[in-house]
Design a protein around this ligand. Structure first.
Ligand SMILES: Nc1nc2c(ncn2[C@@H]2O[C@H](COP(=O)(O)OP(=O)(O)OP(=O)(O)O)[C@@H](O)[C@H]2O)c(=O)[nH]1
Ligand SMILES: [Mg+2]
Length: 672
């Protein structure tokens, strides 16, 4: 019996809420000796509705943080702890990521529950950027679903170890083995089950741990009491078979296990656990846990798995950049409280006390009242209040150490800013997070003029909080345009304005973010001349424009790409245009060439056909002419702009529309 289960098995059995007293004692002793080895920073991510918030609610309950379980859209009208926003409770979906922390045994686990809907993908991005590990939840009925693929990519992007929890095994048609097959086939992950279920769907009774070969049942109304038993006879064969499979998968990357396996020697629980931990940390393997969060089965064992198999902050490599003169050199941050302070502001949120900033501490230590230095705005800022977040509740703390997460108030910063000690570490910046481009726009205006100022205030707050939310003013129509990751994303902000700022707004039909491009080479020879009266202007530019990348016909896997007839362009070439000068000698002096370059990049901001940005165009300046008196940088800039506008309509222009791969999931009842 391992030590965490021992704690739960105290006899007579102790209900979870009473365990909190026991936890408090552990907290008391553990709090006085901080060690980053005892910390786990994990994110919970998955496809929509797979049970992330339901799972987290159990974690909080079994960890002694809450005294009762409330369901997402439950009948008691209370709602799950992590979905505290009014809109989240009404809609039964998670909209923003929420942070909490629990103690499990002697470990302090910081948890971020993230939304599954793709419109709020930045919430997953920012969480995975700063966390050391993740639990990826997979629905036991739906298997690998579209957002599982996105989340998988995000986890791979930040190279974070994970364990997988196959949820909803209480539902009709649940199949952990089908889900595991899909995880292998569709995500290409090397996985194996470390558990098997006892029964499935309505007869799901418990979980068998095939590492230690024991059966577990979750007794009591909320599964509070974990009861350990020998494996029932009717499950023995399957348990042996799946343990064999686990050993074979691990043996592929572990010579010790391979050797024992080939010589048919006993492979102990200890050897298996050591190998699982190492391979998980090396991103070679993901252990698969299973159960039903809703039916309170399997959550405690998964938490034991977090502690055993997921890394502590010291085991992760965190890269930052140090400015040395004009150069940037890569450095590795050391999770050590004695090092100079380096933190990363990963999330901003406005509440009644002001701007709340969530910070991940990478190295060093910070005490309340001390100063940090914001590298981006080059300012020293006082940290006058520090808190730990538990959903929307705050617990004041007086100091924080390397590897941990905290939040603070009133700090002047934006999402993604690096905070340092302002001394030794002042020239360090942490690596940034990936921010996807917006895919949809809506026009927005207040229903009454008097709401205008409040609306501006709300919009600038949302922009500060969410890097995927953009606000622009259309120069022609003077309409305010909001852009984001989808219709739901934008509608939620409009709704939040109504609720949080008490202003009524009208949103216009979504407009698609088109782009323009050319598909053939076209020459220009343009003379900009104004020499009658006053200071004259003279600039001649000769050259051509053409597509920058020709014949891109590979479909590149991305959420967002543009279609050019049969060609596809990758999203990150979205703004790629190129200016090239082939001027030899001094036909056009360098400073005028620079002005031409500026003129070109200004022109591509707004295409001649629709006013949307121009992409994939190369402008080549080959020749030109100057006038001794009347030429100027301004004249060359204007000449370039006109030459572009002149050549563009002749160069077979195209309007590009965003296209997406769409996978539609419908309940079986819809097509039978
Ligand atoms: N039958 C069954 N239902 C579950 C289980 N876990 C969650 N649910 C239900 O699935 C629905 C969605 O659960 P959530 O916990 O909100 O899912 P989520 O992954 O947090 O959803 P988003 O954050 O909106 O992506 C709710 O109605 C839950 O009660 C489970 O193990 N079994
Ligand atoms: Mg949720």
């Amino acid at each position: 019996m391992h030590k965490f289960l021992q704690r739960i098995f105290l006899k007579p059995a102790v209900p979870a809420h009473r365990l909190s007293t026991h936890n408090t004692l552990i907290n008391f002793f553990a709090a006085s000796i901080y060690s980053s080895k005892l910390v786990r920073n994990i994110g919970i991510s998955a496809h929509i509705d797979s049970g992330k918030t339901t799972f987290t609610e159990r974690v909080l309950y079994y960890g002694g943080r809450i005294n009762a379980i409330h369901e997402v859209k439950g009948g008691d009208n209370v709602g799950a702890t992590m979905d505290f926003m009014e809109l989240e409770r009404e809609k039964g979906i998670t909209i923003q990521s929420a942070a909490t922390h629990v103690r499990w045994g002697d470990k302090h686990i910081n948890i971020i529950d993230t939304p599954g809907h793709v419109d709020f993908t930045i919430e997953v991005e920012r969480a995975l950027r700063v966390l050391d590990a993740a639990i990826m939840i997979v629905c036991g009925v739906g298997g690998v679903q579209p957002q599982t693929l996105t989340v998988d990519k995000q986890m791979k992007r930040y190279k974070i170890p994970r364990l997988i929890f196959i949820n909803k095994l209480d539902r009709l048609g649940a199949s952990p083995w089908g889900a595991i097959k899909e995880i292998r086939d569709k995500l290409g992950l090397n996985v194996a089950a470390v558990q098997i279920p006892i029964g499935l769907d309505s007869s799901l009774k418990g979980i068998i741990d095939i590492i230690g070969m024991k059966a577990y049942y979750f007794d009591g109304p909320k599964g509070d009491f974990v009861r350990e038993e020998p494996i029932p006879d009717n499950c023995k064969d399957e348990a042996d078979e799946k343990r064999q499979e686990l050993i074979e998968v691990l043996a592929n990357n572990d010579p010790t296990i391979e050797d024992l396996y080939l010589h048919e020697k006993e492979i102990t629980q200890q050897i298996l656990e050591k190998s699982i931990r190492k391979q998980t940390l090396d991103l070679q393997f993901c252990p698969v846990f299973m159960g039903s969060a809703y039916k309170n089965k399997g959550v405690q064992l998964t938490l034991d798995g977090v502690v055993k198999f997921l890394p502590n902050p010291e085991e992760m490599k965190n890269i930052a950049y140090r400015q040395v003169g004009a150069k940037e050199e890569e450095i590795v941050l050391e999770t050590n409280s004695r090092q100079p302070f380096v933190g990363y502001a990963f999330k901003l949120e406005e509440n009644k006390f002001g701007q709340l900033t969530y910070v991940r501490v990478y190295q060093g230590k910070l005490k309340r009242g001390e100063f940090v230095y914001n590298v981006a705005v080059k300012k020293r800022l006082k940290v006058s209040r520090m808190v730990r977040m538990h959903a929307n509740q705050m617990e004041d703390i007086s100091e924080i150490e390397a590897g941990d997460i905290f939040a603070t108030f009133g700090l002047e910063c934006s999402t993604g800013d690096t905070l340092t000690d302002g001394n030794i570490a002042s020239n360090i910046t942490c690596s940034t997070m990936f921010v996807p481009q917006p895919v949809m726009s809506l026009s927005i205006k207040p229903t009454k003029n008097e709401f205008s100022t409040k609306m501006q205030k709300a919009l600038s707050r949302f922009v500060r909080e969410d890097p995927t939310f953009h606000v622009n003013v259309d120069k022609e129509s003077e309409e305010i345009i909001i852009s984001g990751m989808g219709e739901l994303h934008l509608q939620i902000y409009a709704e939040r304005m109504r609720r949080e700022f008490e202003i009524d707004v009208k949103v216009g039909a979504p407009t698609v973010n088109y782009r323009e491009t050319v598909s053939s080479r076209e020459y220009f020879d343009f003379l900009h001349k104004k020499q009658s009266g006053g200071a004259g202007q003279y600039a001649r530019v000769i050259g051509y424009i053409e597509p920058l990348v020709e014949g891109v016909n590979n479909l590149i896997e991305t959420n967002y790409f543009f279609k050019i007839r049969n060609f596809f362009l990758k999203s990150n070439t979205e703004f790629a245009n190129q200016f090239k000068s082939e001027i030899v000698g001094t036909t056009i002096p360098n400073e005028y060439v620079t002005a031409c370059e500026k003129g070109f990049y200004e022109s591509v901001m707004k295409g001649p056909l629709t006013g949307y940005p121009v992409v994939n165009v190369k402008y080549v300046l080959q020749d030109g002419a100057t006038h001794v008196v009347d030429s100027s940088s301004n004249a060359f800039m204007i000449a370039t702009r006109y030459s572009f506008q002149n050549a563009f309509p002749r160069a077979s222009p195209q309007i590009l529309e965003p296209i997406m791969t769409i996978e539609i999931t419908v309940p079986q009842s819809a097509y039978v």
